[in-house]
Design a protein around this ligand. Structure first.
Ligand SMILES: Cc1cc2nc3c(=O)[nH]c(=O)nc-3n(C[C@H](O)[C@H](O)[C@H](O)COP(=O)(O)O)c2cc1C
Length: 330
């Protein structure tokens, strides 16, 4: 059970109508909820299940070679007719080939991250695609808008995975980004239940992107050990580290302790890269090595207490959201 357990009835959902929401209109989904692209975690099965539940499902291409990406896109398309997207973290090689494959397979919605929004937005817009870029600062949000993206994901540093260097929290970042741009803003980082969706909307966001919460679902490809570690985590179980390289929020484990002590000794970027080595993220998140693997997860993991299906999760989020709206003090 999620710690926000005051949900007793589903009657609240009847009053929730998102049909005029900007994010819903942009993607053609039923709900302004996005299941985040996540390396090793969001394959075709998760993306299709999230889309079938009314959210936008995203396949995380960052951990996939071309064959695997093709497999997951075809799998997702066989499981849903609803809108789907692909996340392309721009820090990896072979992005052009990935884009060409996605376009061939009919993908029309791209969430780009970890790189310049100028690089591929024009080309994707020229192919009639919807482009969303992830930002952790208001300045970059403005650059995204200038580059022609359709929306931005504003991701606070509570988020799981790679993160902004400036440590701007979602609470502060969302209104700043909303004030900086005219395009729709999708809030991310620390959103795990309907109360937090309500809060993000109060800050001016038009939609929410949730990663950690969807990582702990039945359809996620996170290893069962990793999913258990998420639901057993407590507030304070995660920490942002590797700030000298590419900052990342990790669940504390033996590997995290090694990174942390190297950082405290003043280790260099090269030493951090050597410690990270190859295959740490796969070992932790896909293969379930809870000691030596890299376990990317957000602060909100401390609130996650169960492993529902996407359908159960999304239904619950809408009920919680409606209840949170009706509970606001007047
Ligand atoms: C396991 C994991 C892997 C992630 N991988 C990626 C990725 O490949 N590309 C990306 O843009 N963001 C990635 N993220 C960030 C998510 O897309 C999302 O923005 C973030 O999880 C939102 O914060 P939350 O975890 O508090 O919900 C990852 C997050 C997690 C938890």
């Amino acid at each position: 059970m999620n710690k926000f357990s005051g949900v007793k009835s589903q009657s609240h959902t009847q009053s929730v109508d998102f049909s005029s929401n900007r994010v819903v209109k942009l993607f053609g989904t039923r709900l302004p909820i996005i299941q985040a692209g996540m390396v090793w975690v969001s394959g075709g099965k998760l993306a299709a299940a999230a889309s079938n539940a009314g959210a936008l499902g995203i396949i995380g291409a960052g951990s996939m070679n071309l064959d695997l990406l093709k497999h997951h896109i075809l799998k997702a398309k066989a499981l849903t007719k609803n809108p789907l997207a692909v996340n392309l973290p721009l820090l990896y090689h072979g992005i052009e080939e990935q884009i060409a494959l996605c376009l061939d397979l009919g993908i029309k919605v791209f969430f780009t991250s970890a790189g310049s929004p100028k690089k591929y937005t024009g080309m994707l817009k020229g192919n009639n695609c919807i482009v969303v870029h992830v930002t952790s600062t208001p300045d970059l949000a403005k650059k995204c808008e200038d580059a022609g993206v359709d929306a931005v994901v504003a991701e606070g540093f509570e988020a799981g995975g790679h993160n902004g260097r400036d440590e701007i929290t979602t609470m502060v970042l969302i209104p700043e980004v909303v004030d900086a741009v005219k395009i729709p803003v999708i809030a991310a980082g620390g959103i795990g239940d309907g109360r937090q969706i309500c809060a993000a909307f109060a800050l001016g966001a038009s939609g929410v992107q949730m990663g950690s919460r969807f990582a702990a679902t039945v359809e996620s490809s996170a290893h069962p050990n990793f999913r258990q570690a998420i639901i057993q985590s407590t507030p304070g179980s995660t920490m942002l580290c590797m700030k000298k390289g590419v900052p990342v929020r990790l669940l504390k484990n033996k590997f995290y302790d090694e990174v942390s002590s190297l950082e405290q000794r003043g280790g260099t970027v090269e030493e951090l890269h050597t410690l990270l080595g190859k295959g740490r993220a796969k070992a932790g998140m896909l293969d379930g090595d809870l000691e030596n693997g890299e376990l990317e997860i957000g602060q909100v993991s401390g609130m996650i207490r169960d492993i529902p299906t996407c359908e159960e999760l999304v239904t619950r989020l809408v009920v919680e959201y409606a209840q949170a709206v009706s509970n606001l003090p007047r």
